[in-house]
Design a protein around this ligand. Structure first.
Ligand code: ZN
Ligand code: ZN
Length: 348
């Protein structure tokens, strides 16, 4: 076992604090990663606060991980010491179900093993990236291209793939009109990626406060959803609406009416309450209301390579570990442009 520094939640209500945790010995198929950067995802906050179900404490979260390989197991074939690598939202899956065999480990039927707060094969609880090191099976490790700034790459491992996968699946590209709802950590990646895929991108945000950013990220249009005219003018327009907002208060029927024939509204935000979808809104225009969860390992690698090729990186604010609790408050009040990344050197 390896004892490493980490920033952990001691309970659902106490602030996160510096502590040590144990990492398993490096197995035959494992790599030991020295973590350099870890992104802060809204899911981290929901999880440590017990909002998505009870968890065991202390818990280390973080599933946007970038670092270097510092040790490899005897059967590791893909990675070598010194490689620049990443880990996203999952660290294992059954590998046998039809979805795993199709490379869609995120939809593993018995369930993939989350990077944190999951039950690992040895029965221990997985501990995430707010830490100096992590041990991961090589099959769930990604290669980080040199072209992406290392201190900004981590959010691609969750926010990047969460937006890339549905855009890819529903065919965002030249001739397609894509609306991105919400301009936060997920939304800003959705804009950059959809624009790089060649789609015509419109941002639908509550206000025009981030319009300059949105246009700089590649949007062709930027509309305020607080203005009712937006919903009249854009009716029957989009092929894809990527909804990154995790509020059940969002009037999904109003958004569905913005879809043109056969359009799809795909949701990647997870509100605690159900959405009130009206059947007749779906019937008119043969519309689809869909969801999507991260991406498989192969597709995540494809996303990283796509971002390298298209000069895409998340917009980030680098913080030290002792700023994590303040950063959580700022995430909750949408006061971040657009993702916090922890410099794990400050965990020493
Ligand atoms: Zn996440
Ligand atoms: Zn499976």
């Amino acid at each position: 076992m390896l004892t490493v520094n980490a920033y952990a939640a001691p309970s659902a209500t106490d602030p996160l604090e510096l502590t040590t945790i144990e990492r398993r010995d490096v197995g035959a198929k494992d790599v030991l990663i020295e973590i350099k950067y870890a992104g802060i995802c809204h899911s981290d906050i929901h999880t440590v606060r017990g909002e998505w179900g009870e968890i065991a404490y202390p818990q280390v979260v973080g599933h946007e991980i970038a670092g270097f390989v510092t040790e490899v197991g005897s059967d590791v074939s893909t990675y070598a010491v010194g490689d620049k690598v990443g880990v996203g939202c999952m660290v294992n899956s059954c590998r046998e179900c039809e979805n795993c065999r199709a490379g869609l480990e995120q939809y593993c039927i018995p369930g993939n093993i989350g990077t944190y707060a999951g039950v690992d094969r040895d029965g221990t609880i997985t501990q995430g990236g707010y830490s100096t090191h992590v041990v991961v099976d090589e099959d769930f490790v990604l290669r980080i291209p040199d072209a992406i700034p290392f201190d900004r790459v981590a959010p691609l491992l969750c926010a990047g793939i969460t937006t890339y996968s549905p855009l890819n699946h529903w065919g965002a590209g030249p001739g397609k009109k894509v609306a991105v709802v919400g301009m936060g950590g997920l939304g800003h990646m959705g804009v950059k990626i959809a624009a790089a895929m060649g789609a015509e991108v419109t941002v639908l945000s509550q206000t025009l406060g981030k319009k300059d950013d949105g246009m700089r990220f590649g949007a062709h249009d930027y509309r305020a959803t607080s203005d009712p005219a937006t919903f009249d003018e854009l009716a029957n327009t989009f092929d894809i609406i990527l909804n990154t907002v995790s509020s059940a208060k969002l009037d999904v029927n109003a958004y569905l009416k913005l879809l043109r024939l056969d359009g799809t509204m795909v949701n990647v935000g997870a509100p605690p309450e159900p959405w009130p979808v009206q059947a007749f809104t779906l019937f008119g225009g043969r519309r689809s209301f869909a969801g999507s969860s991260i991406g498989g390992i192969q597709e995540t690698q494809e996303m990283l390579d796509f971002c390298a090729e298209h000069d895409i990186a998340p917009e980030t604010e680098l913080i030290s570990a002792d700023q994590i609790n303040d950063a959580y408050e700022r995430v909750l009040s949408s006061d971040v442009r657009y993702r916090f990344v922890i410099d794990t050197a400050t965990l020493a």
